[in-house]
Ligand binder design. Structure first.
Ligand code: NAP
Ligand code: SF4
Length: 649
């Protein structure tokens, strides 16, 4: 029969590693000239880290199925030859790897896209061409040929991408399939495409080949499949020869968050459980599983037989082995920010990770032992300083870290109180532990001046930022976001926010959501966003007006894949947003402004300033993070600069 992937279920973290699948992610390396070697190094590190099975990023079985204008295709003998290095590296590291076959259908960002019906997606400017019945047969054959090539390349199997709104889901849903031939109409016809692909892939690749089918356990779009229909699809692909059912949640065009910070940890495992009830092959839960205890709970509850971690394995390549060793404090937890992984894909950069900048740079960012250990002082214990101190000490340097505040973490201490950003606290705890293990001398509550820094061979200035105070008359009546987020100031009912960058949005969310729902509660999340019903009505505790001088779109600096969640949340809470604002003065009535030449008043009993930052530099040395450049600072740049400097010192 089909291959076994894991041992029987035990309890405790000891069993979890055998049941961790590394889920597919677009790394952006798939279409690069040096991509194969870099992917080999990337996956080999994760195989060495204990993942039971790895799924690559998506490769199309033909030209029309490519996701973008760049070729990420797996359709020729030459492609198979080019890929050989990947399964070889993974096998050498003791792992197993399957190639994901993804036909994007109407989601492809190019002119040649095809779909069951010529219906444009709301998230793509291109309209697809309707496939003929003959072409459908050809696409199915393309999948089976790609599977044969994958076996020849050395892969252990393939994952057939049947979720997230790509071609196979477009066949399944009446929303996108208006055909009247044998591939459209009743569900039995609409799911023929999926089951036929699995059947022919299995026939072509043989009984020992792993065939994962990634099924859409929840479509989250109008005209998508109902729960019972999804169970029918699950049974059909299992009968057709799938080894494993992996879970996908929501089409990309869905307006309900599926992996963003707003999603509770493991918040969709209940949908995987419905699949498990329908089939006897193993099923895999996914989405926001970022700690061993969340994965373990899913397995113990019986919601799934395996758990899929994708971003969590970017954040820590050794996640599975550390879980196996019960070494939870050593795990670098994914904070679900999407900033360096998914957001990178949309700007054509290779995926990496905010909290682990080495991810995706395995061949470039290398931490060799220091040839001559030095005495290094790192001034500042925010993201940049933590990253630099940890890496430098692990290279063998003698590192002392000075932090003026009473605790490590810097800006992360403010971020961790924002709804959905609780995991920033995990990062601080992780780095504190890592410093301890690396032997860094940590001096908290200690400002470093010339006297403290005497005798160090290298001084790293990671002193961060100070909030900017704009020169608006009456600004002394306003409060800084820092005092709101650290609880020193309680905002009144009417609030005006000066500045609409990431922190302005975060502060608005903080005020609106602080008490409105329990974090990490899947039921509250489902009710809040209307999963399967209408969303719960908003009951804002504050009337908020957000202001900015520029004319750029609201929230344009927010993450590509997460900004819409923040905008949707503020819109449903009735937050007013004004751009092109000229500030006149602040008084007891609020903020007096001019917009389009007209004087207006943004009424407020609390005015919160979120107008960016300026660098804080008291000492000289190697500048990194906010101390180097405050504008557009984010944790991604801070952590990367810290790591890169540590690699050079
Ligand atoms: P920011 O993104 O630079 O935004 C600063 C805001 O202040 C802008 O809206 C700017 O808009 C306004 N401003 C600047 N100078 C001003 C002045 N002199 N008077 C009045 N208004 C002024 O900074 P931030 O919001 O503090 O965020 C800091 C960094 O953290 C950013 O890189 C940000 O991307 C990142 N971050 C991201 C997120 C997220 O993506 N969710 C969350 C938090 C932080 P106008 O010039 O138009 O008035
Ligand atoms: Fe997770 Fe953010 Fe790293 Fe992506 S960049 S893997 S979301 S921590």
């Amino acid at each position: 029969m089909y291959p076994r992937l894991f041992t029987p279920l035990d309890l405790g973290f000891a069993v979890l590693p055998n049941r961790i699948l590394m889920g597919s992610m677009h790394t952006g390396l798939e279409s690069r000239p040096d991509g194969m070697a870099r992917l080999a190094a990337f996956y080999a590190e994760r195989a060495k880290g204990g993942a039971a099975l790895i799924v690559t990023g998506g490769f199309s079985p033909n030209a029309e199925g490519n996701l973008g204008p760049h070729r990420a295709e797996f359709s020729t003998a030459q492609d198979a030859e080019n890929h050989r290095v990947i399964p070889r590296a993974v096998h050498d590291a003791g792992g197993r790897i399957v190639l994901q076959l993804l036909h994007s259908g109407r989601y492809g960002f190019h002119e040649q896209i095809v779909a069951p019906s010529a219906i444009k997606s709301p998230i793509n400017p291109h309209t697809p061409r309707e496939l003929t019945a003959r072409e459908i047969e050809q696409v199915i054959d393309d999948f089976s040929r790609a599977a044969t090539l994958a076996r020849e390349a050395g892969y252990d199997g393939v994952e057939i991408m049947g979720s997230e709104g790509y071609l196979i889901t477009q066949f399944l849903a009446a929303r996108t399939n208006h055909r009247t031939d044998e591939w459209g109409g009743a569900l039995e016809n609409r799911m023929r495409f999926a089951s036929e692909i699995v059947r022919r892939v299995r026939a072509a690749a043989g009984p020992q080949f792993i065939v994962v089918y990634r099924i859409s356990a929840l479509d989250l779009v109008e005209g998508g499949l109902e729960a019972a229909e999804i169970q029918s699809v699950a049974r059909a692909v299992a009968d057709a020869g799938a080894t494993l059912l992996n879970t996908g949640i929501g089409w990309h065009e869905a307006r309900i968050p599926t992996i963003a910070q707003a999603v509770p940890r493991g918040g969709f495992a209940w949908a995987t459980r419905r699949l498990k009830e329908a089939v006897s092959i193993p099923v895999v839960a996914s989405n926001r599983i970022n700690t061993p205890e969340v994965g373990e709970a899913i397995l113990v509850r019986g919601d799934a037989d395996m758990v899929s971690l994708a971003r969590a394995m970017l954040a820590d390549a050794d996640f599975a082995n550390k879980a196996k060793a019960g070494d939870r404090p050593a795990i670098n937890i994914c904070i679900a920010c999407n900033q360096a992984c998914l957001d990178h894909y949309f700007i054509g950069q290779p995926a990496s990770c905010v909290v682990n900048p080495r991810a995706g740079r395995e061949t470039k960012l290398v931490f060799n032992p220091a040839p001559k250990p030095k005495r290094i002082a790192v001034v500042g214990g925010g993201p940049a300083g933590l990253s630099c101190a940890a890496h430098a000490a692990e290279r063998g340097h003698e590192v002392t870290l000075f932090e003026k505040a009473a605790e490590l973490g810097g800006q992360f201490n403010l971020a961790k109180v924002i709804p959905g950003k609780h995991d920033f606290g995990e990062s601080i705890a992780y780095f504190a532990e890592r410093l301890k293990r690396a032997g860094v001398r940590v001096m908290v509550g200690k400002e470093a001046g010339a006297r403290e820094l005497a005798g160090y061979e290298e001084i790293v200035v990671a002193t961060g930022v100070d909030p900017r105070t704009p020169p608006i008359p009456g600004i002394e009546r306003a409060v800084s976001y820092v005092d709101v987020l650290n609880g020193k100031v309680q905002a009144g009912r009417n609030v005006a926010i000066v500045g609409m960058g990431g922190i302005g949005f975060d502060v608005a969310l903080y005020l609106l959501e602080r008490d409105s729902r329990a974090p990490y509660d899947p039921a509250a999340f489902a009710a809040h966003w209307g999963v399967g019903n209408t969303p719960a009505p908003a009951k804002p505790r504050h009337q908020i007006t957000m202001l900015k001088r520029s004319h750029t779109p609201f929230g344009h600096t927010l993450g590509r894949t997460t900004g819409w969640v923040h905008r949707a949340e503020l819109a449903r809470n009735g937050v007013r947003m004004l751009k092109g604002v000229e500030y006149r003065r602040i008084d007891e009535r609020g903020v007096h402004i001019t917009v389009d030449g007209k004087e207006r008043l943004a009424e407020a009993d609390t005015v919160i300033v979120c107008a960016g930052q300026t660098p804080r530099r008291q000492v000289s040395g190697h500048l990194i993070g906010g101390a180097k450049e405050a504008s557009e600072l984010d944790a991604k740049r801070a952590m990367l600069e810290g790591a890169e400097l540590a690699a050079r010192l």
